[in-house]
Design a protein around this ligand. Structure first.
Ligand SMILES: Nc1ncnc2c1ncn2[C@@H]1O[C@H](COP(=O)(O)OP(=O)(O)O)[C@@H](O)[C@H]1O
Ligand SMILES: [Mg+2]
Length: 271
């Protein structure tokens, strides 16, 4: 399988909270020398406890981290995330909290039509709207509803549908099921799996809850303190975890992650 997204020796930094003695703000390194390949149609999960750097990794790929180093390669093209406007359509990111990603004053069909109009293709807009809602299993009668009238799972489906509207090759899913009930989590994961199989979309899926990914993912990367400490197939990592941190994660009781993601990344946003 060809590699769709490759990260080589990637490090990422945020400004240090305290400016240095000389007044120039320093940088705190969050990601340390990250390497991996995401292949066509692959589901790659990044697991690690809260604060390990999963969101920073997802954001670094789409240029939402202020300082990065290393190589980012989309298919055969090396790109710099701070200058990737032409790839925004190809690499989409979805966050944990769909409520803050959706415009409260826009109905489902307005939200989706906005993107459909920005990225026209051969199909007619109404057909595309219907196809997107079918694919993401949003009921027809939800089309005229506003975000506050939808369930959490339906809101996340709208975010997924909006991302699919631009026909991406890569979907970064940052804790997208973490705020949902377990039964709804399973349905959304099934949906993501179908999408990766049917549309050959590559999915980078982050979660602090290892058990979420067990039945769903192809490959697992375990992150701790901004490093990848272990990687392998699901079988390798779950049945024979090598790193002590992975063993602890697998033995630990999954907790809820309460962090908020307020960023809105519209496909049209300028960079
Ligand atoms: N915008 C930011 N500015 C400064 N530090 C940040 C910012 N976002 C995250 N961090 C820090 O980066 C580290 C990794 O955070 P994050 O990537 O959100 O981890 P995870 O998604 O695994 O919970 C944490 O120590 C966090 O405090
Ligand atoms: Mg996170």
């Amino acid at each position: 399988m060809p590699s769709v997204l490759s990260l080589q020796n990637v490090s990422a930094f945020y400004p240090s909270s305290s400016a240095s003695f000389f007044g120039s703000a320093g940088w705190t390194q969050i990601l340390k020398d990250i390497n991996f390949d995401l292949h066509a149609g692959e589901i790659l999960s990044i697991v690690g406890e809260s604060g390990s750097g999963k969101s920073t990794l997802g954001k670094s790929i789409v240029g939402l981290v202020p300082k990065i180093s290393g190589s980012f390669i989309f298919k055969t093209e090396e790109y710099h995330p701070s200058n990737m406007r032409h790839l925004r359509q190809k690499i989409q990111i979805i966050f944990q909290d769909p409520y803050s990603s959706l415009n409260p004053r826009m109905s489902v069909n307005e939200t989706l039509n906005e993107v459909i109009q920005l990225y026209p293709n051969a199909k007619n807009p109404n057909e595309r709207l219907t196809a997107l809602m079918d694919q993401t299993e949003i009921p027809k009668d939800a089309a005229a509803k506003y975000p506050h009238e939808l369930s959490g799972g339906q809101r996340q489906r709208v975010c997924i549908a909006r991302s699919l509207a631009v026909e991406p090759d890569v979907l970064i899913c940052d804790e997208i099921v973490s705020a949902l009930d377990v039964s709804v989590q399973a349905k959304i994961l099934n949906l993501m799996k179908d999408l990766s199989e049917q549309k050959s979309i590559s999915i980078l899926f982050t979660t602090h809850d290892l058990h979420v990914v067990e039945s769903f993912t192809d490959t697992v990367l375990v992150m701790n303190g901004g490093h990848i400490v272990e990687s392998g197939t699901v079988e390798q990592v779950f049945q024979n975890p090598k790193h002590e941190y992975t063993q602890i994660l697998l033995g630990s009781i999954p907790g809820k992650n309460h962090q908020k993601e307020d960023e809105i990344l519209m496909p049209s946003s300028s960079s």
